[in-house]
Ligand binder design. Sequence first.
Ligand SMILES: Nc1ncnc2c1ncn2[C@@H]1O[C@H](COP(=O)(O)OP(=O)(O)O)[C@@H](O)[C@H]1O
Ligand SMILES: [Mg+2]
Length: 214
Amino acid sequence: MNQQHSGTAPRGRFITFEGIDGAGKSSQLAATVALLAARGIDVEQSREPGGTALGERLRELLLHEPMHLETEAMLMFAARREHLAARIEPALAAGRWVVCDRFSDATFAYQVGGRGLARDKFDALEAWVHPNLQPDLTLLFDLAPEIAAARVAATGADPDRFEREQRDFFVRVRAAYLERARRAPQRICVIDADRPPETIRADIERLVRERFLA
Ligand SMILES: Nc1ncnc2c1ncn2[C@@H]1O[C@H](COP(=O)(O)OP(=O)(O)O)[C@@H](O)[C@H]1O
Ligand SMILES: [Mg+2]
């Protein structure tokens, strides 16, 4: 835990990174956290599913245990409920910023787009778990599934239950992400992830600076 702020601290900002596996989220997240910290911002890095001890246990189940698609959606939101209550909300209220690898846009993309979860069920879960909160900024790393899959394969890591899905799945996930971005164009910035890491990093730095640090 970082130091406590006084009750008068302005609310922190909530920034999320989204995109299919291999799009480059994790690679860029650390650089963004470092950029903010260098500006003197008190920033926490987190991820979903996960972010709390309970959430990380749910993550293990979600990534490795076969289950019904509605079970999957509910466990995602259960982990998120805990993450919000135990970590995200207290941090933002104390003036700390939170930079998170995936949030509800991922559940929309993977469970609704990828798996075919009914939209009204997603909407109900989102309205239950965070009726009044959305990220202040979401960076959507957009990349062709073929390129993303080649990057994931090149890491040589054991694929999880999602990474083992076929191309069609990721085509649907990508389309659902882009649909979500069209519906929230102010919040969700689409980043062309098929460029060198340095170019993407510079884009993110500019976006964050314009949006929050100007
Ligand atoms: N812009 C990029 N160009 C080429 N390869 C990249 C780029 N960004 C990340 N990678 C590589 O692709 C792989 C997946 O990146 P990662 O950041 O883990 O993606 P994600 O977190 O979105 O799954 C890693 O091996 C990483 O080094
Ligand atoms: Mg990652």
